[in-house]
Structure formats: C-alpha cells, structure tokens
Design a protein around this ligand. Sequence first.
Ligand code: ATP
Length: 286
Amino acid sequence: MALPTTPQPAPVPVGPNLSMFDPAFAGIDEYGTPVYIPLAYRRLLIAGEPDAGKSSLVNLAAAHASLAADARTVLFDGKLVELGPWEDSADEFVGADMDHALVTLRRLQTVMNNRYAWLLAHGRRKFTRADRVKAICSIFDEIALYATVLGTREQQTEFITLFRDLVARGRAAAMPVIAATQRPSIDIIPKSLRDLFGYRAAFRCTSSGSSDIILGDGWSHAGFCATTIRPTLPGVCYLIAEGGVPRLIKVAYLTDADIATLAEFAAWARAGDRTHPHTGPTVVAA
Ligand SMILES: Nc1ncnc2c1ncn2[C@@H]1O[C@H](COP(=O)(O)OP(=O)(O)OP(=O)(O)O)[C@@H](O)[C@H]1O
C-alpha cells in the first residue's frame, strides 16, 4: 500500500529554464515553510550588523539573477569578494571606483528611460515575462561605501540621486534592484528611500532604532525587532513584504564551493547568450 505523501510546492526550475520572473528561493520560516521572493517586480533591501549573514541572501539573489535565462546582472561591490564570483556572468562589475559606478548608473538610467519610452509608445505600463525582454538586475553590496565613503561629495550626491531613480522607476521597466548595507542608519537609508523597497530583510541589529529603519517605524514595539536575533544564529532575519507583517526566516546558505559551482555554470550559460543575435544585446555595453 502506498504511503500518503505530503503535497510539495511546484519546484522552481534551475539553469536555462529559470526566469527572473520566477520567485527566488530565500529560505524557510519558523514553521519550516519555504519562503520565496518575487525579485522581478520588487526591490529588496538587506541590512544588518557585520557578520549577521547578509551575504547569504545577497548571494541567493545573485545566483537567481545570474542563472535566470531572461536576466542580465550589473554588480556593484566595493569589497569585490562578495559578488566577485558572479563577475564572469555579469554585464558590468563595479568595484571601489566611483567614476565607474556613476558611468554605469547613468547608462542604466538611459536604458530605463528608453524602456519607459517603449512602454509609452505601446500603451503599456510595465514589462511582463511574455515580452521576452531581459530583466536587468542591479545588485549593490554596501551602498554606504558609494553613498558616503568613495569619491567627492558631489559624486556621492549624484550616486544617491541615480540610485534612488533606479530604485523608484526600475520596477515597471524590469530593472529590479537589490541593495545591502551593514549601516542601517537614517543617513544611508532615509525613510523615503526605504519605503521604495517592497521587500526588506533585517538581519541582527544593535539597536531597535536600526531595526525599525529597515522594517518600518513601530515594528520593534510590536515585537518584531532584529536585536532579538541571537548572534549565534547568522542567516536569520526578519523579512517584511510590502503591506505585510515581518516573518522570521532562516536564509538558505550557499557555501563558497556552491557559489563557485553555480557561478561557473552561470558564466558558461551567459557566454554564448551575450553574443546571440536573438537574445538581445549586452545591455550596458558601450
Ligand atoms: N544563512 C546562513 N546559515 C548559516 N550560517 C551562515 C548563514 N549566513 C552566514 N552564515 C555564517 O556567518 C558568517 C558571516 O556571514 P556573512 O559574511 O554573510 O555576514 P555579513 O552580514 O554579510 O557580514 P559583512 O557585513 O561583514 O559582510 C559566514 O561566514 C557564515 O559562516
């Protein structure tokens, strides 16, 4: 006699059949339920103190975008080592170089403007999976580095303006943004910027104020505070979705070996794709 089986969620395809419009696997919640994030139409903010495990979520998102057949990636990583493994499959990789960051952001803005012009000309409001337009996923690991450390004050201001524009308008143009910071403070993430991110992950924080800066005002008083996450539990965070209640989740962990394997496959898959006449030009190429 066959044993009764527990219904399983439909598996998300991997490799060439994976789409940026498929939800990205993030981990499990406290009841063991799988948690997915729809990256294509959302923007994801990841914040918390050093060593809280932010890079596990950054890498999951980078893996999803790098492996998705209908996506291109633009990576900003001043530390080089967090997103570095994904460089070979990226259209552009920006290190600790403010000039390069600004040139790349200006190009992304131009692409975004062109996409909006196309939408207007076709009487449309947003791109969908059916349009077969490549999503362009920009990932920033340590926005504070570009917003407050590198370059001149004028360049930092321009960076913040361009970054904010990409976050604000990228969604309908299929240009999602994922940004991480270990400095959840009001100067790096003002409320008006925070509220543009439909998904926000608060890893362990040192103060309830920092936790609220990520999740939203009042959540720490309501019992959802990232200071309560134990330091011995890296990779645990509160994840809030637009209009929802924070969920405690354990982010899935990719080891360095996993990342190397996936990144190698992504680079191999993209190598032919970039030059293929029917799959679109390299988006931020000169
Ligand atoms: N999801 C996870 N599950 C289990 N362990 C994890 C997880 N995420 C991170 N860790 C462990 O915690 C350590 C620190 O994590 P990580 O480097 O991701 O922190 P971080 O918040 O990105 O730090 P920083 O801001 O300094 O870059 C890792 O080396 C790893 O051992």
